[in-house]
Ligand binder design. Structure first.
Ligand code: KG4
Ligand code: ZN
Length: 345
């Protein structure tokens, strides 16, 4: 039977981060810790799955111990163990699930499987009380979608990406110009230097359909770079490494194009669900101040409130998994100890 003050341990290892958090059903987030692997993957220009899971297996006991000792909570005091079981890199997901099952089995605690995307969708609730129903735009390196969110755990996809995610587009465009990984924050900084202007009017592919498609944008930018003699396709080399202004103009034009696409899709989604009370923007791309200001302006025009998590909860984290685990415990949505990666939860 669910009791007040249910403490949920949340574990997130779906991609390259290792996140652990404690969530109290009455008081909210108690503590959380994240180990980011960005530095490990930087040199490869993207996440290398085996490096990710090997690092997670090393770091997870350290982070777990830190979170517990910071809050003088023992594993015995925990009521529920929640873990991301889908979607993600199989090796990474297995590290989290094996840890969660071990704790649950030894201390005889119930286990909860959490869909990583549900974690992002409800991440705005870590710091705010968001009204239902609302639209949630989630955009990161692995996913870009709009959801109609009716209540805790009740949501449906309205728009999804047909190919690349928005964050992936930032990462790929940054890679084209040899700018490093992850591309999103670098592109934002460069675009800011030229005041977020649109210099090259890249095509806003599939602007009239509600689903997203970003691979066309990346290809259009590549062809435009070739046309401007800034990229040699035979050697795959960016030729204007010294031209800071040009690099900033490409970055800014790319960011504005993605901003326009977000606004167009959200406007379409709003027309389908004019009863919504708010818009939320979550996932790694929600760290972007320009994109947030565009969506804030749209929300203002539509007379809606607008919410986004602070940057530490936009990117992958254990706190959002603990929060979802907490309300799923309240709803009695437990998993069996046979929980596997990619099981529907
Ligand atoms: O949520 P997240 O940490 O991991 C995934 O689930 O993918 O998101 C990482 C993605 C990367 O593609 C990164 O380029 C993007 O979020 N990102 C940004 C910004 N910060 C991170 N995109 C745009 N602007 C940013 N400031
Ligand atoms: Zn994510």
């Amino acid at each position: 039977m669910y009791k007040k003050n249910n403490i949920t341990l949340g574990i997130e290892t779906s991609c390259d981060e290792t996140g652990i958090a404690l969530y109290d059903s009455s008081h909210g987030l108690i503590g959380h810790k994240l180990y980011s692997q960005i530095d490990l993957h930087k040199q490869y220009g993207g996440v290398v799955p085996e490096i990710a899971s090997r690092s997670q297996i090393e770091k997870i006991p350290i982070i777990l111990k830190e979170v517990l000792s910071n809050h003088t909570i023992t594993l015995k005091d925990i009521d529920t163990v929640a873990v991301t079981n889908r979607p993600g890199l199989p090796g990474s997901l297995l590290v989290g699930i094996t840890t969660a099952k071990t704790i649950a089995w030894i201390y005889n605690k119930p286990l909860i499987g959490v869909d990583h995307l549900e974690g992002h969708i409800f991440s705005s609730f870590l710091e705010n009380k968001v009204p239902f129903p609302h639209l949630c735009l989630t955009a990161s390196g692995g996913h870009t979608a709009i959801y109609y969110v009716e209540d805790f755990g009740i949501y449906k996809p309205i728009a999804q990406t047909r190919d690349d995610a928005a964050g992936e587009a930032f990462d790929k465009v940054a890679k084209l110009m040899g700018l490093g990984y992850p591309g999103g924050p670098i592109i934002e900084k460069l675009a800011q230097a030229v005041h977020f202007e649109d210099f090259f009017s890249y095509p806003r592919a599939s602007i009239d359909i509600i689903d997203f498609s970003f691979s066309g944008l990346k290809t259009a930018i590549l062809y435009d770079l070739i046309k401007r003699e800034a990229f040699d396709p035979s050697t795959k080399t960016f030729l204007k490494k010294e031209d800071q202004l040009f690099i900033s103009q490409v970055a800014s034009s790319c960011l504005v194009a993605i901003g326009d696409i977000f606004i167009a899709k959200l406007t379409m989604a709003y027309r389908l669900f004019p009863n919504i009370k708010a818009i939320t923007f979550v996932g790694g791309c929600a760290c972007n101040r320009y994109l947030r200001s565009r969506i804030a302006a749209l929300s203002d025009t539509l007379n809606l409130s607008f919410y986004f998590p602070s940057p530490q909860f936009c990117t992958d984290n254990g706190a959002m998994i603990a929060l979802v685990g907490s309300y799923k415990a309240e709803q009695g949505k437990y998993a069996s100890y046979e929980l596997d990666i990619n099981d529907t939860v």
